[in-house]
Design a protein around this ligand. Structure first.
Ligand SMILES: Nc1nc2c(ncn2[C@@H]2O[C@H](COP(=O)(O)OP(=O)(O)OP(=O)(O)O)[C@@H](O)[C@H]2O)c(=O)[nH]1
Ligand SMILES: [Mg+2]
Length: 213
């Protein structure tokens, strides 16, 4: 049984490996995993760093399109975190975009033990229709889709309210509720709640007891 205390940093994450093609995944997909998907610059790498209390773990960049590989990080409590390449950045050619979307689609279709798909979206941007479709695809594949609206430190109360309404609208549109988190990797707001959600969903024990097993 894995044990984890909220007081220690989130599952002491370490970089494990990168793959450029799904053919390279070998047995990697047999480990329970959670993945972070979203447009380039939506804050995937920053969130990974915030979750693991490790600033330099995943590369953060002002230049969109920094993460081009599927980067896999290992936690000490039996599951992997996956930083997926961002898509939709302006400098990407049509061909590059198509290749990236194919890779992401293939990932959803083939990654065996994907437990949660986090779909990140910058709170200052509108939630795209394509992301709505991704939520539906994940649901069909019995992968739990969870939306994360990032960078809320940049919003005032009324703007945050608008983002919440937008997500309620999105749920009405697809007719099925899904979980949404509103957070900031910069201030840490909402990150603790997300950590607890991940550990709970993956069935990792969150309190260390003094009793012998
Ligand atoms: N203010 C603010 N900025 C953030 C936050 N999270 C990320 N950023 C900034 O947004 C930019 C992009 O962040 P990344 O984490 O590299 O984004 P990404 O989704 O991994 O991008 P790609 O690797 O290109 O797909 C960086 O300049 C970050 O510093 C946040 O919570 N608040
Ligand atoms: Mg990145």
């Amino acid at each position: 049984m894995h044990k984890y205390s909220k007081e220690i940093p989130f599952p002491e994450t370490k970089f494990f490996t990168s793959i450029a093609k799904l053919e390279e995944k070998e047995e990697l997909d047999s480990v329970p995993s959670i993945a972070f998907m979203g447009r380039s610059n939506s804050g995937k790498s920053s969130l990974l760093n915030a979750l693991s209390n490790h600033r330099g773990l995943a590369k953060v960049s002002r230049t969109p399109g920094k993460t081009k590989l599927i980067n896999i990080f290992k936690t000490k409590v039996g599951f992997n975190l996956i930083d997926l390449p961002g898509f939709g950045y302006s400098k990407a050619s049509h061909k590059e975009h198509k290749e990236m979307m194919k890779l992401l689609e293939g990932f959803l279709n083939s990654w065996k033990q994907l437990k949660i798909l986090f779909i990140l979206c910058d709170s200052q941007r509108d939630f795209p229709e394509e992301e709505l479709s991704t939520i539906e695809v994940a649901m069909e594949k019995k992968i739990k889709p969870v939306v994360i609206r990032t960078k809320i430190d940049k919003l005032n109360q009324s703007e945050l309210h608008k983002v919440r309404s937008e997500m309620e609208g999105a749920m009405n549109e697809i007719g099925v509720p899904f979980r949404v988190f509103y957070l900031s990797a910069t201030t840490g707001r909402g990150v603790g709640e997300l950590k607890e959600f991940i550990l709970e969903t993956l069935g990792v024990q969150t309190k260390v007891s003094n009793e012998e097993p």
